[in-house]
Design a protein around this ligand. Structure first.
Ligand code: GAL
Ligand code: ZN
Length: 645
């Protein structure tokens, strides 16, 4: 279940054999290689040099290791860029981005699509049936470094075609975008520009369509590679490594073409970049915020339709966050176990050895640049040892379904209406509250069946399509909708019946005004559920329903109609814990508020406990529980597993 990312091209050949042997001895099974190696695989146009990769594969296979082969399209070589300069992407400010980093290509470029098809074909022809190759990773982290949205002439042309296919008639586009406003009317699709560098903000419908288009382009680029691999590498899996806290592309759509999803887990780097207070960041600086990895394990398990890998696991300090502390002792092991508890099939560390040159020389590996093992090496080895005695049961379905919509992130990015509004921030708030109650969560895209979930949370779903509405109608448990749900039509307009639009079929209420509040401007709410102070966002609701919570001015803040609930405000942590605790109890679940740094996760009958905190905590295991790993009293950064009856 463990693996590592390895770059044989960075090391003397004389070292490869020993590297492979030590990987095997450590207990690793998978090695991902090749994802940035284009210039070495094809040093000159049309003159591939397979020798070194043949040898690297043979060396790894010689130790019984299985290989995940990356397609090298994240790094087109210099000769290719010089031959087709138009493949370079253009940023929002209209500047062409240069060769010398990575991801220097435009997803719409016909020349680049052809080149990508060509190199993937060559790679698959050579290694598609190689016995040591278990499967392929397409490209690397689509969208990293802000590359989903390109503003080049090829993208403009492709966008115009995309719009023509979507709207058919330009009049339909004018209607959908409301171009009567500010004289924006178009006479032809060919008149539509990319939405950037405008004097005032661009039209939000225009932006939303452009974001959809850009995400679709990535999917099309990926699919082109998948098609080649399916044809030439039958029986080998195809995956892609997605990123954390990244919303520029729709991973659910892209993963429809993959066998499973993978993602790259860097808990410390993410924690430093999250919108947390300085105090919180400091508290979790060496462990990562306790929900950061779990959030993405659950998201990408959903994206992968139940199957996911961690393709890159942080092994020590990284190089790319504002600050890069060393993980607390034991954290590399804890993160690995947490991924496995959430259903990861494989956890691969990034990387085997810290490289002493180039951009990532300050990024730790399992081994140091002087070839000696580093801290992460021993922690990975410990997990490998522990795994030997255990056969993990298959992960089951979680009791709570969380509806997650990549498009929602785009809507709020386009019109936040309050500076602090963040879709991911809101989802994270809901997710953390559930985890602090010890509840497991499945992420579901809008429209997925909600049957069988005793509790469903929808932190916010601005655009409610027909499929999503149907799924809500067919849900069997309670469904809690957060603020701004149903607040936009599919073309980014206010619904004629006012928000929550189609959700009015479930909840008799109408949002007649919304307001964003300055940070620190709290509004008291009170009712059956207690007393809270809410900030950042509130709505004015007209409804015949008797509210469960009221604002100080008497207006309702929380409504319920049968199994549907609507929260007309940005929730506080305290309110969410109380409300979700209540709904979970009603649903027959047993929520249990956990100590600050303690988290739980079930995998079949096994319960895993993780202590992210600096104090000893007690695992909430029943009397006489049989511990498979660890013990009831968990020291800091420790893991325990017991079996539940
Ligand atoms: C990932 C990327 C890797 C490496 C790593 C460093 O985003 O996929 O290639 O750059 O970060 O943490
Ligand atoms: Zn472009």
């Amino acid at each position: 279940m463990l693996g590592v990312c390895y770059y044989p091209e960075h090391w003397p050949k004389a070292r490869w054999k020993e590297d492979a042997r030590r990987m095997r001895e450590l207990g690793l099974a998978y090695v991902r290689i090749g994802e940035f190696a284009w210039a070495l695989l094809e040093p000159a146009p049309g003159r591939p040099e397979w020798g070194w990769l043949d040898e690297a594969l043979a060396t790894l296979a010689g130790e019984g290791l299985e290989v995940v082969l990356g397609t090298p399209t994240a790094t087109p070589p210099k000769w290719l860029v010089d031959r087709y300069p138009e493949i370079l992407p253009v940023d929002k400010e209209g500047r062409r981005r240069n060769f010398g980093g990575r991801r220097h290509y435009c997803f719409s470029s016909p020349a680049y699509r052809e080149e990508a098809r060509r190199i993937v074909t060559l790679l698959a022809e050579r290694y598609g049936n190689h016995p040591a190759v278990a499967g392929f990773q397409t490209d690397n982290e689509y969208g990293c470094h802000g590359t989903v949205r390109c503003y080049c002439p090829r993208c403009r042309e492709a966008f115009q075609g995309w719009l023509a296919r979507r709207y058919g008639e330009v009049e339909a586009l004018n209607e959908a975008w409301g171009t009567a406003f500010w004289s924006q009317r178009y006479r032809d699709f060919a008149e539509v520009e990319l939405p950037h560098l405008t004097v005032a903000e661009p039209n939000p419908s225009h932006l939303l369509d452009y974001y959809r288009f850009a995400s679709d382009q990535v999917r099309a680029f990926n699919r082109l590679q998948v098609e080649v691999l399916r044809a030439l590498a039958p029986g080998k899996f195809v995956t892609h490594n997605f990123m954390g806290f990244f919303t520029d592309l729709d991973p659910f759509a892209l993963a429809e073409d993959l066998d499973f999803a993978s993602w790259d887990s860097y808990p410390l780097g993410f924690t430093d970049l999250m919108p947390l207070s300085q105090e919180e960041k400091a508290r979790w600086a060496r462990t990562g915020h306790p929900d950061v990895a779990a959030f993405h394990h659950d998201l990408y398990r959903g994206v992968g339709r139940g199957r996911f890998w961690v393709m890159e696991q942080q092994p020590g300090p990284v190089n790319w966050a504002p600050h890069n502390p060393s993980p607390a002792p034991g954290m590399v092991r804890l993160w690995t176990w947490e991924a496995l508890a959430h259903g990861a099939e494989v956890v691969a560390y990034f990387r085997w050895r810290q490289v002493p040159f180039a951009q990532e020389q300050m990024h730790a590996g399992l081994n140091r640049p002087d070839y000696a093992p580093d801290v992460g090496f021993y922690e990975a080895g410990q997990v490998a040892e522990e795994l030997k005695g255990l056969k993990l049961p298959p992960p089951g379905r979680s009791p709570v379904g969380l509806v997650y919509d990549p498009e929602a992130a785009w809507v709020y990015e386009i019109q936040p209406q309050g500076a602090e509004w963040s879709y991911l921030g809101l989802v994270y708030l809901f997710y953390s509250a559930l985890r602090r109650l010890g509840l497991d969560v499945d992420f579901l895209p809008p429209g997925a069946s909600l049957r069988g979930y005793p509790l469903v949370v929808v932190p916010s779903l601005p655009i409610v399509g027909g499929e999503a509405l149907k799924a809500f109608q067919e849900a069997e448990g309670s469904v809690l909708f957060g603020p701004r749900s149903g607040s936009k039509t599919a073309t980014f307009q206010i619904p004629p019946e006012l928000p929550p639009g189609p959700l009015q079929a479930l909840l008799p209420l109408k949002v007649v005004r919304v307001e964003s509040l300055l940070p620190g401007l709290g509004e008291p709410v009170e009712g059956a559920l207690g007393k809270y102070t809410l900030g950042l966002w509130r709505e004015w609701v007209e409804s015949p329903l008797e509210p469960l919570l009221r604002f100080g001015d008497g207006r309702g803040a929380l409504f319920r109609s049968g199994r549907y609930l609507y929260l007309a405000a940005w929730p506080s942590r305290e309110l969410l814990e109380a409300l979700l605790g209540l709904l979970a109890k009603e649903a027959g679940l047993s929520p249990r508020p956990l100590a600050e740094g303690l988290r739980l996760r079930r995998r079949g009958p096994w319960v895993f406990a993780f202590n992210y905190g600096p104090e000893v905590v007690e695992a909430p295991a029943p009397e006489g529980a049989r511990f498979l790993l660890g013990k009831r009293w968990l020291p800091p950064y420790e893991v325990a597993v017991w079996e539940e009856a």
